[in-house]
Design a binder for this molecule. Structure first.
Ligand code: ADP
Ligand code: ADP
Length: 225
């Protein structure tokens, strides 16, 4: 079966805070929203799904394999865009992307350059590909982050707080990029702003105090009873 199945995920930090209290989630390919207030456990869940931290218990199955016992296999098909994109040196976007593609095993120079050119096109940065990433605006940086996350054609794309710090036109453009890649990948977006996901995602789940309290279409979840 294709997609992501999370069950019984628990995580308590050393300070005693229980950030995940039995998270259950089933996500098919497409755009999926994870909505919850600050402190709900979204970042903990995203980092756990990205295998950057381990849960205390529970299971994560992606496209039929167990991601917790095979984290390397998951990383091979993963694109992760953290909330805070690191700062990059004064290097042109294109060469930075090519270096990452090389690190991801794209050793054939022609294939590598073609993949990077296609990604720059997809995120609408072709015109500024030779400009230093350190000079990018917030919106450009966000789109650059997506290009970076998409190197190697990931089947699972995890995006934490996608439009934090973007103006409306930048976030619209960002949303179109995400919708485009969701054609044949699981794309999971976390946010505390309902408008970020209600028109974008076919389905979403609401996370509160470490638990999924509701899942369904945005319309079903947000319309008054
Ligand atoms: P969200 O992303 O929804 O804001 P987080 O996953 O960041 O939620 O945090 C969930 C809870 O876990 C919060 O109470 C937060 O303070 C706590 N928390 C997050 N990371 C850590 C950590 N590294 N150590 C201790 N507590 C943490
Ligand atoms: P987010 O906005 O993504 O929820 P936060 O601002 O809550 O992130 O946390 C930023 C970083 O600090 C994260 O790496 C998180 O794990 C860590 N953190 C959050 N809350 C705590 C806490 N109570 N104790 C220790 N580390 C924390």
């Amino acid at each position: 079966t294709r997609g992501l199945v999370v069950s019984g995920l628990h995580k308590t930090y050393d300070n005693g805070v229980s950030a995940l209290k039995g998270v259950e989630l089933e996500v098919a390919p497409g755009l999926y929203g994870l909505l919850g207030p600050n402190g709900a456990g979204k970042s903990t869940l995203m980092r756990t799904l990205a295998t950057l931290q381990r849960p205390d218990s529970g299971s994560i199955v992606f496209d039929g394999f167990d991601a917790l016992s095979q984290p390397d296999k998951l990383r091979q098909c993963l694109g992760y865009l953290p909330q805070q994109i690191g700062s990059y040196p004064g290097v042109p976007a294109q060469s930075l992307l090519e270096r990452f593609a090389w690190l991801k095993g794209r050793t054939d120079g022609n294939l590598r350059r073609r993949e990077v050119a296609e990604l720059l096109e997809k995120v609408n940065l072709s015109d500024v590909a030779n400009r230093a990433v350190s000079e990018y605006s917030g919106g450009m940086l966000r789109r650059f982050g997506i290009a970076l996350a998409l190197i190697g054609q990931p089947k699972l794309v995890i995006v934490d707080e996608p439009t934090a710090g973007l103006d409306p036109s930048e976030s619209n453009r960002f949303h179109r990029v995400l919708a485009d890649i969701a054609d044949d990948a699981v794309v999971l977006l976390s946010t505390h702003i309902i408008e970020d996901v209600e028109n974008l995602c076919e389905r979403l789940s609401i996370l509160t105090s470490g638990r999924i309290v509701a899942s369904g279409s945005p319309h079903a979840l947000t319309s008054p009873l």
